[in-house]
Design a protein around this ligand. Structure first.
Ligand SMILES: *[C@@H]1O[C@H](CO)[C@@H](O)[C@H](O)[C@H]1NC(C)=O
Ligand SMILES: *[C@@H]1O[C@H](CO)[C@@H](O)[C@H](O)[C@H]1NC(C)=O
Length: 353
């Protein structure tokens, strides 16, 4: 992990040097920023080099699908880059409207399941994302959810709000992270950051699963196992994988049934990794102990959704990377990817190149 941070720092510095020393960029190129709430730090990088168009609306929720959609269709013709500040899907219609000079889509997120990769690939459009810079913030939320579920924050907060505290030595007993087995599904940047943060918690064992063993795992003290072993042995199961056809609904009736009765499921990946009906049943029947979700399907989760009626769940509104510092870093990285792409340089964090 230290190695990773070091490499990230080096990339960071050398890329700013590249950007600063290049004088061949032209403001005649147009870049479209898809949402009015893209941070100023990223706007500054873009404005130094390009003519920047920005939507007057946010690219989220209803506004993102209605007014903003119209606005983007009007603004995109002739643009060379699209900075995508949303989890809304990138449509074929929008790409058609852009024209053949569109060279890059830069999504301001680590996940890119919403980016219509096959369509971008077919059109020869590059795609970059913003991994790594958000790993620490998302990992902090994973740990927060572990604590919140293991120590039953939902029920306890409810008691405080009602003014009816349970009393007695055996009141609202929770579970320890100390001595537990923590299983990470997907030991990428976020998964590794979770393990690193938990090292002070005196965890008994770290297990992980994925396509292949990770070289970083040895230093982290994490043991590679298959999915079944992870499911049957872990007290905490942390989902930190991207959403793909393979991972969609990977937590379902069958996989939930393999978990321990005291298992706590944490999801900081994507809501669609989990079959929420099956999760509801497992939590309701106490087949597992609790779930902590930063991501759901859909988002927002309707306030009358059955999952929210359960005491043994802790749900956050997808705030993993939502800190001032992290959002700034994501914006600057997304902007630098655009600068590089339109200047014939390699992307800093490529998905499609
Ligand atoms: C500079 O920009 C022009 C016009 O976009 C381009 O044709 C040329 O290849 C660029 N030169 C370098 C060294 O990047
Ligand atoms: C449940 O998840 C497992 C492992 O992720 C997968 O192999 C299986 O196909 C899934 N079953 C369903 C019904 O989605």
């Amino acid at each position: 992990m230290l190695g990773l941070i070091f490499i990230a720092a080096v990339i960071h510095t050398s890329s700013s040097a590249n950007v600063a020393s290049n004088t061949n960029m032209t403001k005649s190129l147009k870049v479209l920023v898809s949402s009015k709430d893209f941070p100023e730090s990223g706007m500054q990088v873009l404005k130094e080099h390009f003519t920047v168009l920005q939507s007057r609306y946010i690219n989220f929720g209803e506004e993102g699908l209605t007014k903003n959609r119209e606005e983007l269709l009007n603004l995109i013709p002739g643009c060379s880059a699209l900075v995508w500040v949303s989890h809304h899907p990138i449509t074929k219609e929008l790409l058609d409207r852009a024209g053949p000079q569109l060279k890059i889509v830069s999504t301001v997120s680590a996940g890119y399941n919403h980016c219509n990769v096959p369509e971008l690939k077919a059109r020869g459009i590059k795609l970059s994302n913003t991994p790594n810079v958000l790993s620490a913030a998302v990992a902090e939320i994973a740990v927060a959810l572990m604590l919140g579920t293991a120590r039953r924050f939902t029920e306890n907060l409810e008691q405080v709000r009602r003014g009816e505290w349970e009393i007695g030595f055996d009141k609202v007993l929770g579970q320890d992270i100390a001595g537990s087995t923590v299983g990470i599904i997907g030991l990428g940047g976020i998964g590794q950051a979770v393990v690193k943060r938990l090292h002070g918690f005196e965890v008994g064992r770290f297990l992980y699963t994925g396509h292949r063993e990770k070289p970083e795992a040895k230093d982290l003290g994490a043991e590679f196992v298959n999915l079944d072993s992870l499911l049957t042995q872990s007290d905490f199961i942390v989902l930190a994988v991207p959403l793909t056809d393979e991972t969609r609904l990977m937590i379902n009736k069958t996989t939930l049934a393999k978990m321990k009765k005291n298992a706590i499921l944490i999801n900081v990946g994507r809501g669609e990794l989990v079959d929420q009906d099956a999760l509801y049943d497992a939590l309701k029947n106490k087949d597992i102990y609790a779930a902590g979700l930063d991501v759901t399907s859909p988002e927002p989760l309707p306030k009358d959704h059955k999952l929210l009626t359960l005491p043994n769940i802790f749900v956050l509104p997808h705030i993993g990377s939502a800190t001032v510092h992290t959002r700034d870093s994501m914006a600057v990285l997304a902007a630098k990817n655009v600068v590089n792409a339109l200047n014939g340089k390699p992307l800093l964090t490529p998905v499609l190149e």
